[in-house]
Design a protein around this ligand. Structure first.
Ligand code: ZN
Length: 213
């Protein structure tokens, strides 16, 4: 939703409701962990009222423990935290799980996959940032593809079918590449929220379904 029209948010939410997209992805930025500020709890609570699909909340905030409870109350269905932003990431993961919502962990492009090793069996989803977090509309970092592939292998080696979500710069022309590498949850912002949201989403889903067939 970072690329949605904030003056007419309900219109864009309704278009996503009507589209084939599965989730709403909400990027929460605090101006500390990332240089930008996006939107906060009251906006999430309003989105929840209009959204007919799960809210996938990506917390780009320092020490997220402070806000887990409030994001759950505001309607988050999935909460993903940054490894780099947590004081004790295992404790944070446990805290989210105890609230009864799904939990994800994410790393910035320059953080090595090895830090995720002890967490692989403790989360529902791993989000790989494919741009530097903080701004919409950036270009996909090409090195991300090897990272997706390596993460899928780490999961396969452990018999895990954990979701791999990718976030940043995914467009129709690199979608197949990230799917081939092993990603199965695709975040799209600027590629969706321009011109015809329903058509853009349909085009994305066609490529996804072709892969699964
Ligand atoms: Zn995100």
């Amino acid at each position: 939703l970072l690329s949605a029209d904030f003056l007419h948010l309900s219109k864009d939410i309704e278009m996503v409701n009507q589209s084939e997209a599965d989730w709403f992805h909400l990027d929460i930025m605090d101006g500390v962990f990332v240089p930008n500020i996006s939107y906060g709890l009251p906006v999430v609570a309003q989105i929840k009222k209009a959204a007919q699909k799960p809210l996938d909340v990506h917390l780009m905030i320092e020490d997220p423990d402070r806000y887990i409870d409030e994001f759950v109350k505001s309607g988050a269905d999935i909460i993903t935290v940054h490894y780099e932003a947590c004081k004790d990431v295992e404790k944070t993961i446990q805290m989210i799980r105890e609230k009864g919502v799904k939990v994800g962990v994410t790393i910035k492009p320059k953080t090595p996959l090895s830090v995720l090793e002890p967490l692989l069996d403790k989360v529902d989803m791993i989000l790989l940032m494919t741009v530097e977090p903080g701004f919409g509309g950036q270009a996909y970092i090409p090195e991300s593809t090897d990272k997706i592939r390596a993460l899928r292998k780490m999961l396969n080696d452990r018999g895990l079918t954990t979701d791999i979500e990718v976030d940043g710069g995914i467009k129709k022309d690199n979608l197949e590449m990230v799917l081939d590498a092993g990603a199965n949850v695709i975040v799209a912002g600027s590629a969706i929220f321009k011109d015809d949201i329903e058509k853009n989403t349909r085009d994305f889903m066609e490529i996804l379904k072709k892969r699964q067939a």
